[in-house]
Design a protein around this ligand. Sequence first.
Ligand code: NAD
Length: 330
Amino acid sequence: MKIAFYGTKPYDRVWFEPMGKEYGFDIHFIESSCNRETVFMAKGYDAICIFVNDYVNAEMIDILYEMNVKAILLRSAGFNNVDVKAAEDKIIILRVPSYSPEAVAEFSMAMLLTVNRLTHKAYNRTRDFNMSLNGLMGVDLNEKTAGVIGTGKIGQSMIRILNGFQMHVLCYDPFPIEGLEAEYVSLEELFKNSDVISLHCPLNSDTRHIINKEAIALMKKGVYLVNTSRGGLIDTDALIDGMLEGRFGGVGLDVYEEEEGVFYEDRSNDIITDDNLARLMTFPNVLVTSHMGFFTKEAMQAIAQVTLENAYALENGLPLVNQVGKEMVS
Ligand code: NAD
């Protein structure tokens, strides 16, 4: 199988190059992300392999189909960046549904602890021998209430971590499950009663801007918000307004609505034209990271393994256990 591998970073090659050889795949690594301009580079390939900031819309599905590309191999769990309905009967979509939920949940907790205890600021200060504590006071998490939105694999892992901090955990999910050390409540109750809110649901038409002006108005003053899920879950304008009104104790954003083309790139010498992103960076209690919740050795290895297993199953007519179908989108 010939695979055009978009958005390649050095750390992708570390895992995919040797494993791809073992499978006998012919992988062509492309640095550019997959978009309307670069999709034509897939001509002559059987499959394309893409990541979260690549996209494939309906027009590109038709282009790929005409070029006889048979599959889109997502090296991610989320599939909001592909027009799944348009791909039906044309191109098979395969994903990595789970690689290390713990990687993302642990990172969510790291973000929460950072914006609460301001360790990022303390690090910079002490390196400069500024040993002052002014402005570095946080709050105890012990006995506080956390709200988890989305109780899938990552949400469940996050609940276990929050339980470890002896927090009372509220959660919301339209498909509740049993056996969690957490209490399912309505979204409104979760917003009203949580000291910490962590987002772990997928981005779809129901969840886009689930954190909006109205939701923020319901939240406790001084609430901590962490988003390691997808940027589109938060209405950034409403978040900035809430920040300016002093409503948040701290905010951790591993994902951002307009992250495409910025995240995963070194833009340190560029003029940043995204005013919202620039504004977010000015708040002392906002931590923005570059969509890296997944980024552990264990997760990277599992992503490569499952992505290539998906390709192998497709090539050999085996059951496609990780196929994404139109019934999975609302
Ligand atoms: P999952 O499919 O196991 O769980 C998602 C949960 O969200 C499900 O229980 C589902 O019922 C629930 N859900 C669906 N609609 C909802 C709604 N309207 N309100 C609340 N909950 C809703 O997925 P997962 O593996 O736990 O991943 C969650 C998300 O994390 C992914 O969709 C992806 O966007 C994100 N993610 C981010 C990173 C990162 O590096 N930052 C890595 C992996 C995944």
